[in-house]
Design a binder for this molecule. Structure first.
Ligand SMILES: CC(C)(COP(=O)(O)OP(=O)(O)OC[C@H]1O[C@@H](n2cnc3c(N)ncnc32)[C@H](O)[C@@H]1OP(=O)(O)O)[C@@H](O)C(=O)NCCC(=O)NCCS
Length: 176
């Protein structure tokens, strides 16, 4: 059977409550303790520039997927973004909708001037988009994390070299 068409749109403020509900459904209350969640804390409250690259996937009027993208600094250097959470609603899982969501998020990050995108996730899934496991100690997060899950993709070869150190949310308007 052919999968229904996924319509991928920029995040709107009205999408945030249903996105939070989707995160709760998929990740449960444990999500609040995740290190990556702590970096993004409070930023997914409005469709401001902090969410300019976040995307929502719709099937007709139903939210089928969402991907959050947050501007970050790494070692104080701006020009990077943190991808995640990526979520496909359970009722729409298994139809390949995650992939176009990630592709759209990466394209948006590139368009907004990011040089690298970082995430905490399964290498087995994200390697198809060019993500690689970050060398131990190159990038650190403000909390415990499985180092084999810290992944990055660079948009130009060698871009990751200038991003070294602790990840923090970048609340300043994107100017890079
Ligand atoms: C991960 C997720 C976004 C993938 O959604 P999806 O597009 O519906 O996934 P599909 O089942 O269609 O799988 C697409 C492909 O990815 C693979 N895949 C899915 N999840 C994977 C994982 N965790 N690790 C490795 N491969 C994975 C599938 O085997 C499939 O491979 P194929 O193209 O070779 O057949 C979805 O399962 C989800 O929302 N999971 C819960 C939240 C989550 O874990 N988010 C990611 C955080 S790292």
């Amino acid at each position: 059977m052919t999968a229904p068409a996924l319509n991928i749109c920029p995040l709107q403020t009205r999408d945030i409550t249903p996105i939070m509900a989707l995160h709760g459904k998929v990740f449960g209350p444990g999500r609040f303790a995740r290190t990556a969640y702590r970096i993004r804390e409070g930023l997914l409250s409005e469709a401001t520039q902090a969410n300019a690259c976040s995307r929502v996937g719709w099937i007709d009027d139903t939210m089928a997927a969402s991907v959050t993208v947050t501007p970050i600094t790494i070692g104080g250097v701006p020009g990077a973004m943190l991808l995640g959470p990526l979520v496909v609603a359970p009722e729409f899982a298994g139809q390949g909708f995650g992939e176009p969501m990630v592709v759209a998020a990466l394209e948006a990050a590139k368009q907004n001037g990011a040089s690298v995108v970082v995430l905490v996730g399964d290498y087995a899934y994200y390697k198809r988009f060019g993500f690689e496991i970050v060398r131990e100690g190159h990038i650190t997060l403000p909390g415990p994390v499985n180092l084999t899950r810290v992944l990055a993709v660079e948009f130009t070869t060698g871009a990751l070299a200038k991003f070294q150190g602790l990840i923090s949310a970048d609340n300043t308007p994107i100017t890079y």
